[in-house]
Structures are given as C-alpha cells and as structure tokens.
Design a protein around this ligand. Structure first.
Ligand SMILES: [Zn+2]
Ligand SMILES: [Zn+2]
Length: 195
C-alpha cells in the first residue's frame, strides 16, 4: 500500500481542484448534464495528452525552455523503465505522475477560455469528461501499467472486452518505452488506433 501513497495524494489534489472550480462555477447559473459535452471533454483531453507528451515531454521547444524540467523528469521516467516494464520499487515511481498542480493550472486556464467559447450550462459536463479522462484513463492506468503484479490489473484483465483492451494498452505503452519515437498516446481512443 505504501507504494501507492503518491498516487492517492495526486488523486486527492486533482479531485479537490476539479470540485473546487466546479463548485465556484455552479454560482454562475444553471448547469445541465450532457453526455455529448462529457465525451467532447474526454476527446479533447485525449488529443491534448498526445500533444503534451509528444511536444512538451519529448522535444526541445525554445519558447517553452522554462518547462524543460518536465522533459527531464519524463526522461527519468523513461530511464527507470528502460530495461524493465514494471517494478515495485518506490524509486522507480518518482517521475511517473503529472503533478496535481499542473492539472489544476491547466484546468483553470481551460476553464477561463471555456467561459468565452462554450455554453455555460455545459461546462460542468465538459470538465467532468476532462477530469475522468485525465485521472482514470491516463493517470491511474499509467501508474498501474508499471506496477508488477498489481491487484488493479488482476481485476481488469479478467473482464471481457475491457481486459483485452487493457492488455493492448500496456503493450502499446511498453513499446513507447522501448522506442520513444512513437506511440505517444497512452489513453483510448487514440491509443486504439496506434498513435
Ligand atoms: Zn510509462
Ligand atoms: Zn514518453
């Protein structure tokens, strides 16, 4: 259990940021739940994750050099899992998570833009999709992709349909670790199409 403490505190930070912002937004007026806007939020986050990983974490971008420490942290993550795909050594998990405050800053930035370009009633649905895609489909899944013999995968890999997808996701990501010049997307649906 001690191995997973960084993940649990990260989940707490991400959920606290999301609930705080959505609670503030609720004062702006009525919100209606929309599956469409939630799916749009998930798809947007999937594309953003691909670009963030491919450009910010794998390329030297002169105008973003002040964020170079993120690329170095990501290289450490690649180095930790260059010769093995999984581990239970806490040291190997020091550079695996996107810090919760990065999520909070990006959430606040995107929310500020959304206020001008999106119907206010759909904002909570959109950012619920964003948070689910980021936290569950990316952050938690990525963490357990690198945990040796995890309870998480013992459960998910037994489920019909999901189990096969989960095994495919892990192999896709381990390929990215072996050859870090492709397969940048971790989460579905882009990962299903080999991106
Ligand atoms: Zn990884
Ligand atoms: Zn990478």
């Amino acid at each position: 259990m001690r191995l997973h403490v960084p993940l649990l505190s990260n989940i707490f930070g991400v959920l606290a940021s999301y609930f705080l912002l959505m609670w503030c937004h609720a004062y702006l007026g009525e919100s209606t739940f929309s599956t469409l806007w939630m799916i749009l939020g998930m798809l947007y986050t999937n594309v953003f994750e691909y670009g963030y990983h491919r450009v910010l974490l794998h390329m030297r971008v002169p105008c973003l050099s002040f964020l170079g420490y993120m690329r170095l942290d990501h290289l450490e993550h690649h180095y930790a899992f260059s010769k093995k795909s999984t581990s239970r050594d806490p040291k190997d998990f020091e550079n695996i998570l996107t810090p919760w405050y990065v999520f909070a800053l990006l959430l606040f930035f995107h929310y500020s833009v959304a206020l001008f370009v999106m119907p206010h009633a759909s904002i909570i649905s959109f950012f619920t999709g964003v948070t689910f895609q980021f936290l569950v489909l990316y952050q938690v899944n990525h963490w357990f992709t690198h945990v040796t013999d995890s309870w998480y995968d013992r459960i998910f890999e037994k489920l019909p349909f999901i189990g096969k997808r989960r095994t495919g996701q892990k192999e896709h990501h381990w390929d990215h670790h072996k050859r870090p010049d492709g397969k940048y997307s971790f989460s579905p649906p882009l990962q299903w199409f080999g991106f």
